[in-house]
Design a protein around this ligand. Structure first.
Ligand SMILES: NC(=O)c1ccc[n+]([C@@H]2O[C@H](COP(=O)([O-])OP(=O)(O)OC[C@H]3O[C@@H](n4cnc5c(N)ncnc54)[C@H](O)[C@@H]3O)[C@@H](O)[C@H]2O)c1
Length: 496
C-alpha cells in the first residue's frame, strides 16, 4: 500500500480524522486543500473566485498527482477530486482508499456557517442534496467505507476496520493447494504477520480439481468462518487453477472484494494472473461459470519457479510461444535462439521471456479488458485446446500441452484457408517441438472434439470463432471456418 487516501463529501471529517489516523499509523498527514493553497499562494475560495471551478480542479489534479507520487502518507483529498476519472485512477493505484460518509442532515449540521466552501457558498445547503448522490457511488468504491455520524474524529481513527498501525488491511484469506501451501504458505504468512496483516491459509485440491463448484463453496465457507467482510482480501497463492477459483470467489463474495495474485507457476505468471478472467469448470464445459474481476495487484516472484516440476514449467512455454507468435516477431526470433536456455531455466532468459509475455498480455488486455475485440487473439490455440481438456477429462492433460496441440490445429487451418504461409507454420512447429510440447499426440474422437468446440464460450450459435495465424507475429480473430476444413486440419494433427 503506497498511501492511505481519505475521500468523502465536504463535512465528512477527512481533515479532522486524517491527523489522528496519521498519528496512529505513524505516517505524515497531507491535507490536499492546504497543499493547493500553499502552491497557489491563495485560499481555495480565492482560487474559485479568480479561476472558477475549472481552474481549481486543474490545480487539484496537479497537486494530487504530485502527492500520490510519494509513499507512506495519509492524504485527505477534496470531496470532488475522486469524480475526475484520471484522479480516481491515481487514487486507486496501489493506495488504500478510505471513504468517510455521514447522513445529509449530519453533513448539513457540520457545515452550518462554513464560509470557506465555495460550492456551498454558491449553492446553499441544497448543494448537499444535489451533489451527494452523484458522488456517493464513487465514494462507495473505496476499500473501506466508514460512517462517521455521531463519532468524534479521534474515535473514528481508532476504528478496527481502519488499516492497522503497520499498514495492514483487515483480514486476508490465502487460498493455495497443499503442494504450494506446504512449500511457500508458511513464509508468506510470516511475512504478512510481520507487516501487520491477519491471514489464514485455506487449502484446496491441487491442479484443475481446484476449479470445482464444491471447492468454491468451501472458499465461501472459509471466508464466512474467518469473518472476511467486504473490506477483506483474498490472496491466490498458486498456479492458474488457484488464481481462477480464488478470483471467482473474490468477484462474488459480498458482490466483490479485492484480491491479490501471487502466481507460482510460469503459466500463471505470464498468462492467467493477468487480465482479471476468473472461472470454475462445470460438467458442461471448461471455465463456464466465471467473472471478469481484476486483481488489486499481481506479485510475480520468479523464485517460486525453483520448485515447479519440469513438465508444469514446460507446458507453460506453450503460452509464451503463443504470445510471441500472435504479437511479436522479434520475440519469436529471440525464442528460437533462447529456447535451450529457457528450458534449463537460465535466470536471465526466464526473466526476459516472462517480461515480454507479460507485456504482450497486459497490452492486449488493457486495450480490450472485456474482450469485445482483440483480446480474443490471446485465445489462439484455445478452441481445440479447451475442447481437448474437456474431452480427455479436466486435469488429464496440462492446459499448456492442450494449447500447443490447439495451436498446431489452428495453424493447419490458417494454412488451409490461405491465411498463413507454410514457413510460419514451420517456425511454430519448430518452437513447440523443441520445447518438448509435441511428444504425446493425444488420441480423441474428432466428433467429440467438434461437439466440445460448439460449447466453447467463443462459439456463436454453436459455431466456433477461430483465431488464425496470418504470419509470424500476427494473428486475426473471430474467423468462421468451414467444418470440412476443421475436420481436415484435425485429421492432419491428431489421431482418433
Ligand atoms: N484466467 C485466465 O486468464 C487463464 C489463462 C490461462 C490459463 N488459465 C487456467 O490456468 C489453469 C492452469 O494453470 P497452471 O498451468 O498454472 O496449473 P495449476 O494451477 O493447475 O498447477 C499445476 C500444478 O503445479 C503445482 N505448483 C504450482 N506452483 C508450484 C510451485 N511453485 N512449486 C511446485 N509445484 C507447484 C500445483 O500444486 C499443481 O499441482 C487452467 O485451469 C487454465 O484454464 C486461466
Amino acid at each position: 500500500m503506497k498511501n492511505v487516501v481519505l475521500i468523502g463529501f465536504m463535512g465528512s471529517g477527512k481533515s479532522s480524522v486524517g491527523p489522528h489516523l496519521a498519528r496512529r499509523m505513524n505516517r505524515p498527514f497531507i491535507d490536499l486543500d492546504a497543499v493547493i493553497e500553499a502552491d497557489a499562494g491563495r485560499s481555495v475560495a480565492e482560487i474559485f473566485s479568480s479561476e472558477g471551478e475549472a481552474g481549481f480542479r486543474e490545480r487539484e489534479a496537479r497537486n494530487l498527482q504530485r502527492a500520490l507520487e510519494g509513499t507512506g502518507s495519509v492524504i485527505a483529498v477534496g470531496g470532488g477530486a475522486p469524480m475526475r476519472d484520471d484522479n480516481w485512477q491515481r487514487i486507486r493505484d496501489g493506495n488504500c482508499v478510505i471513504a468517510l460518509t455521514a447522513e445529509p442532515e449530519e453533513l448539513a449540521r457540520r457545515l452550518n456557517g462554513s464560509r470557506d466552501r465555495p460550492l456551498l457558498q454558491a449553492g446553499g445547503p441544497s448543494v448537499i442534496a444535489s451533489l451527494l448522490p452523484q458522488r456517493l457511488s464513487r465514494y462507495l468504491e473505496a476499500d473501506v467505507v466508514m460512517k462517521t455520524d455521531g463519532i468524534g474524529p479521534a474515535e473514528v481513527a481508532q476504528r478496527r476496520d481502519f488499516p492497522s498501525p503497520l499498514g495492514g488491511l483487515p483480514a486476508a484469506l490465502i487460498v493455495t493447494d497443499s503442494v504450494v501451501g506446504e512449500r511457500h504458505g508458511g513464509p508468506l504468512r510470516e511475512a504478512l504477520t510481520g507487516a501487520g496483516f491477519t491471514s489464514q491459509l485455506h487449502l484446496v485440491p491441487a491442479g484443475e480439481a481446484a476449479k470445482e463448484l464444491a471447492v468454491l463453496a468451501g472458499i465461501y465457507e472459509a471466508l464466512a468462518a474467518a469473518g472476511v467482510d467486504r473490506h477483506g482480501t483474498l490472496i491466490a497463492l498458486g498456479g492458474g487453477s488457484i488464481g481462477d477459483v480464488t478470483g471467482f470467489a473474490a468477484a462474488t463474495w459480498m458482490r466483490g472484494i479485492r484480491y491479490f495474485q501471487l502466481p507460482t507457476t510460469l503459466l500463471a505468471m505470464v498468462d492467467s494472473s493477468i487480465g482479471g478472467k476468473t472461472a470454475i469448470n462445470l460438467p458442461a464445459g471448461k471455465n463456464l461459470a466465471g467473472a471478469v474481476h481484476q486483481p488489486s495487484a499481481i506479485f510475480c516472484d520468479l523464485d517460486y519457479l525453483a520448485t515447479l516440476p519440469r513438465d508444469e514449467y514446460r507446458a507453460a512455454l506453450a503460452e509464451v510461444i503463443k504470445a510471441a507468435l500472435i504479437a511479436d516477431r522479434s520475440f519469436v526470433e529471440w525464442l528460437s535462439a533462447a529456447l535451450p536456455a529457457l528450458l534449463s531455466r537460465e535466470a536471465r532468459s526466464v526473466r526476459e521471456a516472462a517480461t515480454r509475455s507479460i507485456g504482450i498480455k497486459a497490452t492486449v488486455v488493457a486495450r480490450d479488458p472485456s474482450e469485445t475485440g482483440e483480446r480474443a487473439l490471446l485465445n489462439y490455440g484455445h478452441t481445440v485446446g479447451h475442447a481437448l481438456e474437456r474431452v480427455l477429462g479436466f486435469g488429464q492433460i496440462r492446459h499448456g500441452e492442450a494449447v500447443a496441440w490447439g495451436m498446431e490445429v489452428a495453424a493447419r487451418i490458417s494454412l488451409l484457408t490461405g491465411a498463413c504461409p507454410a514457413q510460419s507454420l514451420a517456425v511454430q512447429h519448430h518452437l513447440l517441438d523443441e520445447a518438448g510440447l509435441l511428444v504425446d499426440r493425444p488420441a480423441v474422437p474428432h466428433a467429440k472434439l467438434i461437439d466440445a468446440m460448439r460449447h466453447d464460450k467463443k462459439s456463436q450459435s454453436g459455431e466456433p470463432r477461430w483465431v488464425l495465424l496470418r504470419e509470424v507475429g500476427r494473428a486475426e480473430y473471430g474467423r468462421r471456418v468451414e467444418p470440412s476444413i476443421v475436420r481436415t486440419a484435425l485429421a492432419e494433427v491428431l489421431p482418433e
